[in-house]
Design a protein around this ligand. Sequence first.
Ligand code: HEM
Ligand code: HEM
Length: 187
Amino acid sequence: MQDSTTHMAEPAASSSRYTGIAIALHGLLAIGLIYQLGLGVWMGDIPKTPPGLRAEWFNWHKSVGLVLGLLIVLRGLWRLTHRPPNLPDSLPAWQAWAASANHAVLYLCMVTMPVSGFLGSSFTAYPIKFFGTPLPRLWDASAELKEIFSGVHTTCSYLFMAAIALHIMAAAWHMVRRDGVLKRMLP
Ligand code: HEM
Ligand code: HEM
C-alpha cells in the first residue's frame, strides 16, 4: 500500500518541474545573455583611438555571441523534443497565455540576436575572429547588408531587453505569491 502511494506520487512531482538539463541551459543562458546584452551596449562607447582596444572587445563579443548561439541551438533542440511541465491549475488563463506569448518573443530574440550579429559582421571588411582564430570569409563585404543586419541586431536587442525585464518581473511576482511557478525552473 505504502509502495503504491509513493509510486503514484512520483509522476506528478516530476512533471511539475523542468528537467535538470532544461534548468541548467536556462540558467547558463540567462547569465550569458544578460552579460552579452550589457557588453554590447557598453562596448559601443569604447573610443576608436587608440586602435586595438575597441576591436578586442568587439571580437570578444562576437566569440561569446557565437558560443551563446550554439547553446541556444541545444536549448531549442531540447525544447522541440520535450513538452514543458504543466502550469499549476490555480494559475489564471490570462497569465498562462501572457507567459507563452512572452516566451515566444524570448525564443524569437534568442534566434535573431546571434544570427543577425553573425550576418552583420560577416559583411564587414574584417574577418570574424573566434577567440583569436579568423573564420573563413563566406561572401564579399557589403556596406548595405552590414547596415541592414546591424539594424536588426540593435532593434532586436531592445525588444529582447524589454521581454527579459517583463519575464524577470513576472518571476519576482510569482516568487512573492509563492504559487509554485518559480520553483519549476529552480534547481
Ligand atoms: C546572443 C547573442 C547576442 C546578443 C544578446 C548581442 C547583443 C548586442 C547588443 C545589445 C549590442 C549593442 C547594440 C547597439 O547598441 O547598437 C550588440 C552590438 C554588436 N554585436 Fe551583438 N549580440 C549577440 C551576438 C553577436 C554575434 C554572434 C556577433 C557577431 C559574430 C555580434 C556582433 C555585434 C557587433 C559587431 C555589434 C556592434 C554594433 C553593430 O555593428 O551591429 N553580436 N550586440
Ligand atoms: C536572459 C534571461 C532569460 C531568458 C532569455 C529566459 C527565457 C525563458 C524561456 C524562453 C522560458 C520558457 C521555457 C519553455 O517552457 O520553453 C523561461 C521560463 C522560465 N524562466 Fe526564464 N529566462 C531568463 C531569465 C530568467 C530569470 C532571471 C528568472 C528568475 C529568477 C527566470 C525564471 C523563469 C521561470 C520560473 C520559468 C518557468 C516559467 C513556467 O513555468 O512556465 N528566467 N525562461
